[in-house]
Design a protein around this ligand. Structure first.
Ligand code: SF4
Ligand code: SF4
Ligand code: SF4
Length: 256
């Protein structure tokens, strides 16, 4: 039966309880997007790489949390772009490099990226990274595959159904029927395109309870960005705003 989905929005549903931590999704993403390998160090966890990077659009966050039944409870939580409906990265971008796909995902045109890195500070989930050419990189929900009727590479590869792609409303309905207590992302930031089925509170899975776009960036979107179009020039206005509101940009440590 078709369910209500007024804006035709698609999503990836992540179910940590169904994930076995095999990280096939990480490999599939690298393979499809032709991302290079990274040299990393063993830091006492199976999580590898330690964080998202210009050549790692997704990763499995390994979390050890208290458990009454077992000595330890392991949670494997897939991290990637959340494809926010109210996307801070899109709001702040002065060059129009970020855009919504027909499925509601947030993709980008790297040729339009001017390397200002404002989107890094506007993202409540610390997602955008920059490649060696100073261009934005991140998960684009495999828009090149989904436009051709295929599943995202990570979803296609997942052997357990911990990742599912499809009609967003249907995925959320199904997770609720399966008894999941929290659907993270159902309402946050007007609805995320990466939604999570949780048995427990979001913080147990390492997720922010109330993700929000920084207020200073809303000010930029509402007042300064229109002025930059009139006369100041998008790049100059963006650079001035970056310095005044956020300070000099600090590079992320990436062991490449
Ligand atoms: S998670 Fe960050 S990068 Fe992804 S759409 Fe939301 S604001 Fe943009
Ligand atoms: S949807 Fe595509 S780009 Fe995004 S994490 Fe999965 S494989 Fe990578
Ligand atoms: S491929 Fe599926 S089961 Fe394996 S780590 Fe990724 S989400 Fe988990």
């Amino acid at each position: 039966m078709a369910r209500e989905n007024t804006n035709n929005r698609k999503a990836i549903m992540v179910t940590p309880e169904a994930c076995i931590g095999c990280r096939a999704c990480q490999v599939a993403c690298k393979s499809w997007n032709q991302l290079s390998g990274m040299k990393t160090k063993n830091n006492g966890t199976y999580q590898n790489p330690p964080d998202l990077a210009s050549s790692a659009f997704n990763l499995i966050h390994f979390r050890e949390v208290p458990s009454q039944e077992n000595p330890v409870r392991w949670l494997f939580v897939s991290r990637r772009c959340m494809h926010c409906d109210d996307a801070g990265c899109m709001k702040i971008c002065p060059s129009g490099a970020l855009f919504k796909t027909n499925d509601g995902a947030v993709a980008y045109d790297r040729n339009k990226c001017i390397g200002c890195k404002l989107c890094v500070n506007a993202c409540p989930f610390d997602v955008p990274r920059y490649d060696a050419d100073n261009k934005i990189t991140k998960c684009h929900q495999c828009s090149d595959r989904t436009n051709a009727g295929m599943q995202p590479a990570c979803v296609k590869t997942c052997p357990t159904g911990a990742l599912k792609f499809g009609d967003r409303a249907e995925l959320i309905d199904d997770a609720k029927k399966d008894g999941f207590k929290t659907i993270y992302g159902e309402k946050n930031l007007d609805g995320l395109g990466s939604v999570y089925a949780f048995k427990d509170e979001p913080k147990l899975y390492g997720m922010k309870e109330n993700p929000a776009i920084p207020r200073s960036l809303v000010f930029w979107h509402n007042y300064l960005k229109p002025l930059s179009v009139i006369g100041l020039g998008g790049v100059v206005a963006a650079a001035a705003f970056h310095y005044l509101a956020i300070g000099p940009h600090k590079e992320k440590d990436e062991e490449v």
